[in-house]
Design a protein around this ligand. Structure first.
Ligand code: BG6
Length: 485
């Protein structure tokens, strides 16, 4: 399959998520989602979760960029860009407004029929995430999200409905977006975890997150089993956040610390891919006295519902050290995986304005590590450079920094494919059109090739315009990759 060129059917694309792009938070019977109660923040100030929707608060996801109403115009631009694939999610609360209904909302289903038809008509393959940080708020509020086993059934029912409905329009599915980023959630008690739980001050966050995460993994496996019954040709994937953590020095304890910190995130893909709870987790639970509830039938579901491919996001790398005199510890990370371990800045790397360390070689590294670990096709479904863009007097936007970031990452991806033999299905850079940031709720943390006229306070015409990176990416897709040096 691999010569010295990328495969002809390589899926060059772009990625977004429903709650960050659609807006229309109350249209056509949509229910409230957990993203609808998130206020705006900034790179210094975290977003807040409010108790329902409050007056006098600004919720950037309510309108987002109004893709819900403007998608024909946006898809025309994506076609001009040359995309072969477009990754988005289905907003669960458009289909099941509260999450626990028996019957779906037909208006919500009809919307995605039209959206997928429009993509297909433009020769763009939809790549769909079932749950991208946007579960119905009612499930989070009344059931405590995935800490409650009943939510497994609600998710599986939702998955079955949409997979049946769109099986002839969507081939590539992913169950839970960045299911493993909650593994670091121990330091951010104010935020929703991936599983829609809020950890209470008197709880052990690690134990609660292991339980909710395992329930999600069971839900994912059961949804995959259903999908295979519906249509065995579908490709069912997981979606991981891979942030390689390097040893901060060659001190042997730093190697072990890096391995242990990585294990915390690999826990999720180990189960998704291998279908069993890894022995390191069982030991840890036992040692720490965690009571994690699962049945024999659930273990069997995990075994049967493994994934066909691994979708993942890659933005940055980190480093960990046990050496005491390293003082540049990054705030907010609790690392209890190894004695004296602390996450530190990597002095060899630069960061963006949000402190995300830029490391293109880390992409080649993680592609190799993951492929060697699992031997499954990989799909880079998020990668990108969040930055403040400057609109010039003539309306143009010169985002060379974005091009440099992406170019370097694509080069490293190509090396992984062409030199190292890693199988990669495609590359869909994040926020192909500017959208609301998940982490900070800002509009002005921009990733797109297409600019959207809107600011952090919600002002703007929503007009779309092409940045200079637009024609660069167009060319990359046309020539099927960057030119070898
Ligand atoms: C990933 C998420 O964590 O990173 C996206 O899957 C998110 O939803 C993206 O938007 C970039 O993060 P941010 O905070 O810059 O929007």
């Amino acid at each position: 399959m691999f010569n010295n060129q990328l495969p002809k059917d390589f899926l060059w694309g772009g990625a977004v998520a429903a709650h960050q792009i659609e807006g229309a938070w109350q249209s056509d019977g949509k229910g409230l989602s957990i993203a609808d109660v998130l206020t705006a923040g900034s790179n210094k100030k975290p977003r807040r979760i409010t108790d329902g929707v409050l007056e006098n608060e600004y919720y950037p996801n309510h309108e987002a960029i109004d893709f819900y109403n403007r998608y024909p115009e946006d898809i025309a631009l994506l076609k001009e860009l040359g995309l072969k694939a477009f990754r988005t999610s289905i907003a669960w609360s458009r289909i099941f407004p509260n999450g626990d209904e028996k019957e779906p909302n037909e208006a919500g289903l009809a919307y995605y029929d039209q959206l997928f038809d429009c993509l297909i008509k433009n020769n763009i393959e939809p790549i769909i995430t079932l749950s991208h940080f946007e579960m119905p708020y009612h499930l989070a509020k009344e059931y405590g999200g995935f800490r409650d086993k009943r939510v497994i059934d609600f998710f599986v029912n939702y998955a079955e409905v949409v997979i049946k409905r769109y099986q002839h329009k969507v081939k590539y599915w992913m169950t839970f977006n960045e299911i493993n980023n909650q593994a670091d959630g121990t330091h951010e008690l104010h935020a929703w975890t991936n599983s829609g739980i809020l950890v209470q001050p008197d709880e052990n966050p690690e134990e609660v997150i292991y339980q909710a995460g395992l329930n999600e993994l069971i839900a994912s496996a059961k949804a995959i089993i259903k999908a295979r019954e519906i249509n065995p040709d579908l490709k069912m994937g997981c979606m991981m956040a891979y942030v390689p953590v390097y040893p901060g020095s060659s001190e042997p304890n730093d190697q072990m610390a890096a391995l242990k910190v990585m294990e915390r995130r690999f826990f999720y893909s180990d189960i998704h891919v291998r279908g069993e709870i890894p022995s390191y987790a069982i030991k840890k639970w036992h040692k720490k006295g965690y009571k994690i509830d699962y049945s024999q039938a659930e273990l069997e579901a995990l075994k049967e519902g493994t994934v066909d491919y691994i979708g993942f996001s890659y933005y940055m790398s980190n480093a960990v050290t046990t050496v005491d005199d390293r003082s540049n510890r990054l705030d907010g990370y609790s690392v209890n995986d190894y004695p004296n371990a602390k996450i530190v800045n990597n002095p060899y790397l630069k960061s963006n304005d949000w402190g995300w360390q830029i490391d293109s070689i880390g992409l080649r590294y993680i592609l190799n590590v993951v492929y060697q670990r699992y031997n499954k096709p990989l799909f880079i479904v998020e990668n990108g450079f969040g930055a403040y863009d400057q609109v010039e007097a003539d309306g143009s936007i010169q985002d060379d920094y974005r091009v440099s970031y992406l170019q370097a990452h694509i080069e490293q991806m190509q090396l992984a494919i062409l030199e190292d033999g890693v199988e990669v299905l495609g590359y869909t850079p994040w926020g192909v059109i500017d959208i609301v940031s998940f982490g900070s709720g800002e509009m002005e943390k921009r990733y797109g090739f297409i600019h959207v006229d809107k600011d952090n306070q919600g002002n703007g015409t929503l007009r779309r315009s092409k940045k200079s990176s637009f024609s660069w990416y167009q060319q990359i897709i046309k020539q099927n990759g960057v030119e070898a040096e």
